[in-house]
Design a protein around this ligand. Sequence first.
Ligand code: ATP
Ligand code: MG
Length: 140
Amino acid sequence: MATQRTFSIIKPDATKRNITGAINAIIEGAGLRIIAQKRIQLTQAQAEGFYAVHSERPFFGELVEFMISEPVVVQVLEGDDAVAKYREVMGATNPADADAGTIRKEHALSIGENSVHGSDSLENAEIEIKFFFNDDEIVG
Ligand code: ATP
Ligand code: MG
């Protein structure tokens, strides 16, 4: 399997509850390496831009408000088949549908407050990593 990079956000419900370490323990336990990381406060423009693909969805306003409600931790993850592996580790969007042991099953509060984001394709991973990180911030 090829080594890939994917993009992760630890969302406001998780930073607020002080469980960023617990979430990263699951990520590292799955064999993914956190090769870049920063805790930031998203602006409304950043949150709207990042989730632009959902701008026509009924929950868009709620999603943006949530994403700017507390700081987030943005991260680059690296490993074999990282994009698909991290989606697996996150679990289903709705924690009620997520498998045992996944981040969302263990930690998410609801379909909206679901603790983590992960890129859904290699192409989007590259776009999302560039949205938040300069090359010199990714040291491996
Ligand atoms: P993410 O993109 O955050 O990794 P995902 O790919 O599993 O999650 P998407 O369909 O891309 O799910 O939705 C993006 C985010 O929008 C979800 O993670 C969730 O926070 C929010 N969301 C999705 N569906 C709903 C909904 N029905 N009600 C409220 N919020 C929702
Ligand atoms: Mg998504």
